[in-house]
Structure formats: C-alpha cells, structure tokens
Design a protein around this ligand. Structure first.
Ligand code: DGJ
Length: 534
C-alpha cells in the first residue's frame, strides 16, 4: 500500500522555526534518551519507559543497533524494534529511533561481527597509513577503531540495513509511534583530520566537487571565519588543498562523512519518508582530528547541507557549560533545534524550558535519564567526553522537579499548539542573562533571575492581546505596556493552575500580596490577563 506522506510525521516551516507535525499538529519530543544498552532488553526498556512516564515525558529516544538487526548478512531480525514499538504504545509514548550503524561515537562498536571480522571487504579507517586503530595520545589508550569512509561495501551494507529498518517501520508502525529517526550516532573520525589509505589519498588528490565550492561560496556569511578565510584565499577550483588550504583535510572528511550518511539516509528515505536527523559530538574548541572530524559540527554545517540533503535536522549533543550558545549556533541555515542528548544533571529542567520556549526545539532529551537524581559519576562523565567543568554535572537533577517542569511545559504547549514556531512563544533563561524582557505585542514580560543557586527559566505563551500563560521557575515576573498612549497596566486575572486535556484548570486566584510580588521558586504555571490604560 503506498504511504500517505501527509499523514506521516514531517517538518513544516513556520514563522519563527520549523515544527515537527505529528497527527496534524506540532509535536515536541519532551523526551529522554535511554542508555546505550537498554533497548537490547525488553525488561530494561520497559523499566526505562516507565521512568519516562514518571518524569512526564511524552517520548523516548531508543537505539536500534546494526549488530542485533542483521546478525548474519542479509538475515534481518527486528525483534528489538517490535518490542520497543509495543512497549511505547502500551504507555502512550512516541519514539525517536537512533540507527547505531557503522558509526557510533566516532567508532564502529555496533557493526555486526561479520563486518568487524572482514577487514578486507570492510576496511578500517587508517588515520595513519597502515594502522587499523586510531591513536589519540592525548585522550586515552583504548582500542579505538572506525570503518573507512572510502569503502563502498561498508556504505552499501550499512545503507541496506538502514533501508530494511525503514521498510520494516513502514509496515509495522502504521500509527507512527516513531516520529523521527537518527541516522548513525556521533559520526566523525579521530586521531587525524583525514584518512590515509591509498583510496583516501587518491580522493584527497582529486578535484573538489564544483557544487560544493558553489554552495560554500553562496553561504559564505555563515561560514566559520577560518573556513571563510581559507575559501577566500583558495583557487576556487582544483584539489582540496588548492581550494581550501589549511581547512582542506577537515572539509574533505566532512564532505565524505556527509556523503556517506546521505547514501544511508537516502536508502532509508526511499522506503519511508519519516524525518531524518543526525546528532553531533561537538568540537568543543578542539582541532580537527581531536574531535570527531567530519561530524555535523556547526562549523561545517554548510558542507552537510550540500552533501546530505536528505537529512532534515542537525542535532547537537550538549554536555558543555555554554549550552545556550550551542543552541543558537545550531539554528543556522534554517536548522530547527533538536537536542537528542544533554546532561541529565541539574540545569536540565531550566534548559528544557529555554530550549523549547525560546528555540521551539523539536526535541529535548537528557541522556541516560534512567539515572536522573543519582549523584554524578565522574568516570562515566570522562568516558563520554563531557565537559565536567559544567556546573550542571555537580548537582543531580531532582526528578520531581523535572516531572513538574515537563508536565507543565507539555500543558502549556497543548493550550495552543499552533503557537509553536511563531513569536507568540518565547522564553528566558538565567544561563543567558540575569534579566530578560520578552516582547509580546502590546506588553513586555520582564523576567528577573536570582544570581545565586540553580538557574531559573520562564516560558511565555501569548494566546490573545494581553492574555498569557507563563511557566516560571526560580524567577520574578513583571508586566509592562509597550503602548506609549496607554502606559499603565492593571492585572485583571492572575491564577496558578494546570492544564488537563488541553484546557486550563485554575487552582488559586492570586491577588493582593501574591500579585504584588510575582516570585516563583517551584515550577509554576500561571494564567495572566492584563489591561493597559492612559
Ligand atoms: C554520546 C553518545 O552519543 C551516546 O550514545 C553515549 O555514548 C553518551 N555520549 C554518553 O555515554
């Protein structure tokens, strides 16, 4: 039966940001990503999904691994996908699936044994000539290996398996429990800025595709300054070194990594038009070769846009203190924000409010949410390359606060789903500034944060001129008129409450002392109506 593309989850461009449409309405994955091994076990996944429900989440990001899907070449087994679908449906959750194919954290952990064993057909990336193992002397001495980007057999096998997964979903998931799929996981190469096999050297000595130079030239304004400078100084046509000088190896690897992922994504898209995304291990200011080079870091997003047109969303995995800056960076080239991984520690709740309220993120997902509330595990932090100077890592996220925020955020969005992707929804976060003025038509909402303690955040939804719903946590609010002819403001209604089935249910009418000082420490959902007069 042909797939009805309009009924399938898809991205829709709105005034302020693209939104993910699911069942005809904008849907935000207020999600968590499970630990890597959870989805291999129905027992472990069921427990994790129960936790997701307890945290107020509406969706979960779940790996599907090549090694379990295709244990023998050509013999596919979707048991893990089918139990994930069933467990999610029982709980009313949506899923984002993560294809752990040839690439997982810049390595090939999840390639099936028949791929790992066949070094001839599926060669390893030689980051130094003759070496099958990447050496990162400044990192750690683990055996570290990736499959080469320059082996057609690897790309084709990965693409076949991914296509089989997408075809399986087209049959097994007519109700669209799965709303998006991530292709590979934190792809990129370490231990050098490019591969050094004979095939890689030959490609590097070849000509840069003219289309790539045109695309980068056309988006010169958004290029990272060093890449723009290299492009300006280059020959405009010729070999990678001639065209891109000092940036040649990084752009070469980015182009080939993006082209590899495009081949896999396109094979999947031919079977099923679900939105496709890639996630990214950030460069964190490191040099190419030290961070997974070629992955969709913001500085090479222009290359990815050109070489991987089937990818709908580029998603940062954010474990750094400059959370807000990363979110901003990932909005370039019209990219919607989606965060498939972020620290599960304190700050997660405030970051959720801000990413969703300010950037209209398609997804916000603390990684390993199964552990929310537990003390920080420093060895795990180092393992996943987190920047442990991020204060977010020092204090566990209180799960009950996370639940309160996520439920209220979900309620706020359900009051007016069509505000998503429009300027009628905005947010402020103390991580961005101690004070913010959110312009909302005839009124401005002033948000002031306490300088000490955990960061606060507030999201404001305008439903009519002078009528707002606000989710406030660890902040003070004040309202101003922007109409010079009517500068004074009266509060007509101030209520706290909750949203049930998309409708506002007031708890307390707030007035007197409770309206004179609008200060909220706990996550609080408010309904506000204002009147401006001369
Ligand atoms: C980033 C990866 O994408 C995840 O799969 C996981 O390995 C985390 N790091 C942390 O362990």
């Amino acid at each position: 039966m042909p797939i009805d593309a309009a009924a399938i989850p898809h991205l829709e461009q709105r005034e302020a940001a693209p939104v993910l449409m699911v069942d005809g309405t904008p849907f935000t994955l207020l999600a968590g990503e499970v630990h890597n091994s959870t989805s291999s076990s129905p027992r472990a996944l069921a427990e994790a999904l129960d936790q997701a429900v307890a945290l107020g989440m509406n969706s979960v990001l779940v790996p599907v691994t090549w090694e379990l899907v295709e244990p023998e070449e050509g013999a596919f087994d979707f048991t893990t996908v089918d139990f994930a679908l069933a467990l999610a449906r029982e709980r009313g959750l949506r899923l984002g699936l993560l294809w752990f194919g040839a690439w997982k954290n810049a390595q090939c952990f999840y390639a099936p044994a028949w791929v790992k064993r066949d070094l001839e057909r599926f060669p390893r990336a030689q980051m130094a000539r003759g070496q099958n193992r990447m050496v990162l002397t400044d990192f750690h001495n683990m055996s570290y290996s990736a499959l080469s980007l320059f082996a057609a057999a690897t790309r084709e096998a990965d693409a076949r398996a991914f296509a089989a997964l997408m075809a399986h979903l087209a049959k097994a998931d007519p109700q669209h429990t799965v709303v998006m799929v991530q292709v590979e996981n934190e792809c990129g190469e370490q231990g050098g800025a490019r591969e050094h096999s004979a095939a890689a050297d030959a490609a590097f000595a070849g000509q840069v595709p003219a289309g790539l130079v045109e695309a980068l030239t056309a988006s010169r304004d958004t290029l990272a300054p060093d890449i723009a400078a290299a492009l300006d100084a280059g020959s405009g046509a010729g070999t990678w070194e001639e065209v891109f000088g000092a940036s040649a190896e990084e752009l070469f690897t980015s182009y080939h990594m993006a082209s590899y992922v495009e081949a896999v994504a396109a094979a999947g898209r031919a079977e099923n038009p679900l939105p496709l995304a890639v996630n990214c291990w950030l460069d964190k200011g490191h040099k190419p070769g030290r961070f997974p080079t070629g992955g969709p870091v913001a500085r090479v997003m222009e290359v990815w846009r050109y070489a991987a047109p089937t990818i709908d969303v580029f998603m940062p995995d954010i474990y750094v203190p400059y959370f807000c800056d990363v979110c901003d960076e990932y909005r370039k080239l019209g990219n919607p924000l989606a965060i498939p991984e972020t620290a599960t520690y304190a700050y997660a709740s405030a970051r959720e409010i801000w990413a969703v309220g300010h950037h209209h993120a398609l997804c916000f997902a603390p990684f390993g949410f199964e552990d929310m509330g537990k003390p920080f595990d420093a060895s795990a932090g180092v393992l996943f390359g987190a920047d442990v100077s991020d204060p977010a890592f020092r204090i566990p996220q209180d799960p009950s606060e996370y639940r309160a925020v996520t439920e209220r955020l979900s309620g706020l969005l359900s009051l007016d789903p069509d505000a998503y992707g429009t300027p009628r929804l905005n947010a402020a976060s103390r991580e961005r500034a101690d004070e913010a003025a959110l312009a909302m038509g005839a009124f401005t909402v002033d948000v002031t944060f306490a300088a000490e303690g955990l960061p606060g955040a507030a999201a404001v939804l305008k439903v009519a001129e002078g009528e707002f719903y606000v989710l406030a946590m660890r902040c003070m609010l004040a309202f101003r008129s922007t109409d010079a002819a009517r500068p004074h403001v009266d509060l007509l209604v101030l209520e706290d409450g909750e949203v049930r089935d998309g409708a506002w249910v007031a708890d307390r009418r707030l007035n007197g002392d409770e309206a004179a000082i609008m200060r909220y420490d706990e996550p609080t959902l408010l309904h506000v109506t204002l009147f401006a007069y001369a």
